[in-house]
Design a protein around this ligand. Structure first.
Ligand code: SAM
Length: 208
């Protein structure tokens, strides 16, 4: 690489970093979307209305391990930590190192464990952190655009990892997450949130 090319590349990286810093978490989220549109699936993080409605049925007194798939820049992480018991744990799993690095840098809470990996590996990840089961699993994954076979593998592993009485929480613009949940969970409660870009379907799959 010539000196001029090297200088150009460094300038581009510096401008990218400055733009990201200017936009805060939005900048990091949008950069992740531009680099991996299929895996991220949405250009705007979930709204406060979606977060409140999605988390409302959780019994926080009975939750010692909460797992989140696809936290992105942590839209749900702080609200979950605000509700979680002091001796609880939040494990978040994302395939994008940009997001996991960002979460490690910005959330300093001893109950918070960000993991770089795929939700397909949830059972191994939960065991590696000393747990038998998760009480609740929340998913922000874009099930309709994930590579072939990944969605069903994640839903199956999730139904095995959640304890009886626990639940799988999903929110998505399409029906894909809800339909997969219905395949693996005995009972599904449905909801809808208009105040989100785009409006989304909420589903709570209960493990009998
Ligand atoms: C729509 S974003 C969700 C962002 C955030 N949870 C929110 O509500 O604003 C989807 C996220 O899923 C992650 N993702 C995609 N496939 C994944 C997989 N197999 N395992 C874990 N995370 C994955 C992407 O990197 C991205 O962070």
């Amino acid at each position: 690489m010539s000196f001029q090319e090297l200088t150009r590349e460094r300038t581009r990286d510096r401008l990218k970093r400055k733009f990201r810093e200017f936009l805060g978490p939005w900048g990091v989220f949008i950069q992740g979307f531009i680099e991996h549109p299929v895996m991220v699936g949405s250009i705007i993080p979930s709204s406060q209305f979606t977060i409140r409605k999605m988390l409302a049925p959780v019994d926080w007194n009975e939750c010692s391990l909460f797992v989140e798939y696809g936290p992105g820049v942590g839209t749900f992480c702080r609200p979950v930590l605000d509700r979680l018991r002091r001796d609880g744990t939040l494990i978040v799993i994302d395939t994008n190192p940009l997001y996991i690095d960002y979460l490690k840098r910005t959330i300093g809470d001893s109950r918070f464990i960000p993991v770089l990996g795929s939700a397909e590996e949830v059972e191994e990840i939960v065991r590696a952190h000393g747990f038998e089961h998760a009480d609740y699993v929340l998913s922000g994954l874009p099930f309709s655009t994930l590579p072939e076979g990944v969605g069903p593998r994640i839903a199956a592993a999730t139904s095995r990892v959640i304890r009886p009485g626990g639940a799988f929480l999903t929110y998505q613009f399409s029906k894909a997450a809800r339909n997969l949940t219905a395949r693996y969970f005995g009972r599904v409660d449905d909801g809808f949130e208009w105040l989100n870009f785009l409006p989304c379907r909420l589903a709570w799959g209960w493990r009998d």
